[in-house]
Design a binder for this molecule. Structure first.
Ligand code: TPP
Length: 640
């Protein structure tokens, strides 16, 4: 009989203290198997989590959480932390509807000190806690764990700058695996790599510092020169000087898989006091062949076969696939097009463009704000930047969109992927707000394609247009809309709404991902002798009220469908537009995301829960129409 797992036999996390070296190694293996098994079934962030198993064990052996606080940056690497802090029995529900979140959540466990999901926030949050601790006169340790990718986000540097200045007790663990989702980029990545390449110099750090300090300084001029020499010698040979200059004690680089060494270093950091940065070097995807070989693919994955590492296939082609192909096509024809990503060349579909036109591809790191303003600089000089960023991460660049882009009416195309519900990643990743936050910006054109082909057309239109244009599309397979249609022609003014079906009772006005659903609803409504017009609005701004109004006038009601929060959304735009056009007496029912944060789970289930399902929409329309259609249904029972 196989011996019971340590995981099941010790009290976690308290029992970690009693383990010896061998048992810790065994525990690390067990935690990894648990993560691999679960992610293979549920999908999730495999490689980041596998890389920090020893670190997580060491942290929980040294710290006494939840009194001590750990803030996991992004939070996608917190699976081992979840397993070791009382959630092993529910770990199989990871990312499932109603199950454990894939990210730290304060409402899930007191061990999750801070909610994360977007990168580069951990040091700010940790510093806030450290200040709170000191104000309250309490004593506990605060640790931020941040990856080298997340350190490329400007906010991390704002926090380092502040923390170094304040000098409070704070530990930052820099988990350096040389990877963001793809290979990390930028001068900082090169700097970290230089430190890693010469670990030996760490040993001489103290000697060099002492030696440099002892260099004689004679006379004023000489003194300045010597100071300069001292500076450059230190920069040459002392690793982590950048962090030291920011006010941190730098410890490292150390092997992030040597649990005993990690423990010692965390204790040293705590004893040292003040702001301390521990630089650990880890292997992303550690302990599972396929993810060690391909950490990029296994950063975040859908279900896969554990034996072979083969990913279970997903439906396609996705909207992202159409965007990928369209970018290559357009990039070939027009050398003014520059593609920009914020550390997500694969996720956004820009990798192929990068391969074909490397000189016109820019990965700025996790720096959405910089990406947008950089694009504005390019646009001001006659290039046509296409900035591809997920809806949720573009929230970071709101001021840049207003101040740098819209105010100067520059011609930049924002390709907004994952607009709408993102599914299993949950509320930090849902793109629920982009229509609301972009509609408010003067001069913005906001488009949403109903299918892949229309995404291509919109991109071409946007590139040949002028001013800021945003195109938002969902994390979904691009089911083609098979119906009579009029294509969008570049250079023919603002996009007009497309009437896909004409009826006299109800006018359904749908945006992007909701057009297919509106057509399905219209077909079902016809079984109840309710004839519906279906309009593909194409734009959330400006909305073609003329076309919508023409059909709305003769119908009993208008229903709007959108995959965005109803607050400030497309439906509000239609309602307001009809009102302004003197058609305010036509009742409008709005279907969209509710005014609350939507949980995690399969996208289709979440849409249904938000009322964006055929059942709910048809039922609501029939009940709104009430007596007008009473008795006309073939099978009323189905909807009651
Ligand atoms: C603001 C923001 N932009 C983009 C992302 C998408 N994203 C998630 S993890 C990640 C890479 C993080 O790299 P790193 O911090 O080095 O952690 P690792 O996965 O390598 O452990 C990116 C770009 C995000 N979570 N937040």
């Amino acid at each position: 009989m196989a011996s019971p797992r340590l995981l099941d036999s010790i009290d976690l996390p308290g029992g970690l203290d009693q383990l010896d070296h061998q048992q810790i190694e065994q525990l690390a293996r067990e935690v990894r198997s648990e993560i691999i098994r679960t992610v293979a079934r549920n999908g999730g962030h495999l490689a980041p989590s596998l890389g920090v198993v020893e670190l997580t064990i060491a942290l929980h052996r040294v710290l006494k959480c939840p009194r001590d606080k750990i803030i996991w940056d992004v939070g996608h690497q917190s699976y081992a932390h979840k397993i070791l802090t009382g959630r092993l029995d529910r770990f199989d529900t990871l990312r499932k509807y109603g199950g454990l979140s894939g990210f730290p959540r304060r409402d899930e466990s007191p061990f999750d000190a801070f909610n994360t999901g977007h990168s580069s926030t951990s040091i700010s949050a940790a510093l806030g806690m450290a200040i709170a601790r000191d104000l309250a006169g309490e004593r506990y340790t605060v640790v931020a764990v941040i990856g080298d990718g997340s350190l490329t986000g400007g906010m991390a540097f704002e926090a380092l700058n502040h923390a170094g200045h304040l000098g409070r007790d704070l530990i930052v663990i820099l988990n350096d695996n040389e990877m963001s989702i793809s290979r990390n980029v930028g001068a900082l990545a090169a700097y970290l790599s230089r430190i890693r390449m010469h670990p030996g110099v760490r040993k001489v750090k103290g000697d060099v510092e002492r030696l440099v300090e002892r260099l004689p300084a004679v006379g004023d001029k000489l003194s300045i020169a010597v100071k300069r020499v001292k500076g450059s010698i230190k920069y040459l040979v002392v690793p982590g000087m950048l962090f030291e200059e920011l006010g941190f004690t730098y410890l490292g680089p150390i092997d992030g898989h040597d649990e005993a060494l990690l423990e010692r270093t965390i204790r040293d950091a705590r004893d040292k006091g003040g702001p301390v940065l521990i630089h650990i070097v880890t292997q992303k995807g550690r302990g599972y062949g396929p993810s060690e070989e391909n950490p990029r693919i296994f950063h975040g994955v859908g279900p896969f076969d554990v034996e072979s590492g083969t990913l279970k296939s997903k439906d396609g082609p996705w909207f992202t696939d159409f965007f990928r192909d369209a970018m290559v096509e357009l990039g070939q024809d027009d050398s003014r097009i520059v593609a920009i990503t914020a550390a997500m060349p694969d996720g956004t579909g820009l990798s192929e463009f990068a391969r074909r036109f490397p000189e016109r591809f820019i990965d700025v790191g996790i720096a959405e704000q910089h990406a947008v303003t950089l694009a504005c600089g390019l646009a001001s000089q006659g290039f046509i930047p296409v900035v591809a960023i997920y809806s949720t991460f573009l929230q970071r660049a709101y001021d840049q969109i207003i101040h740098d882009l819209a105010l100067q009416h520059l011609h930049v195309v924002l390709a907004i992927d994952r607009a709408g519900l993102a599914g299993e990643d949950g509320p930090t990743h849902h793109g629920a707000f982009d229509i609301s936050y972009l509609r408010a910006v003067p001069g913005m054109v906001v488009l949403a394609p109903k299918d892949g082909e229309e995404l291509r057309e919109m991109l071409r239109w946007a590139i040949l247009s002028e001013g800021p244009v945003a195109i938002r599309y969902p994390r979904d397979a691009a089911r083609p809309v098979l119906t009579t249609r009029v294509g969008m022609k570049p250079g023919f003014g603002l996009p007009k709404a497309e009437v896909l079906r004409e009826g006299k009772d109800v006018t359904l006005v749908a945006l992007g991902s909701m057009v297919n659903l509106a057509l399905d609803c219209a077909r079902t409504l016809s079984r109840y002798n309710v004839s519906a017009t279906v309009i593909n609005s194409r734009a959330a701004k400006p909305i073609d009220i003329e076309t919508i109004g023409r059909f709305a006038t003769g119908s009993a009601m208008v229903a709007t469908l959108e995959e965005n929060t109803l607050t400030g959304g497309f439906g509000e735009g239609v309602t307001q537009g009809l009102h302004d056009a003197g058609l305010g007496d036509i009742p409008v029912v709005r279907f969209g995301l509710p005014d609350r944060f939507v949980e995690h789970g399969p996208r289709s289930l979440l849409l249904q829960r938000c009322g964006l399902s055929q059942d709910n929409i048809v039922k609501s329309i029939l009940s709104q129409l009430g007596s007008r259609v009473a008795g006309r249904a073939e099978d009323d029972r189905k909807w009651t």
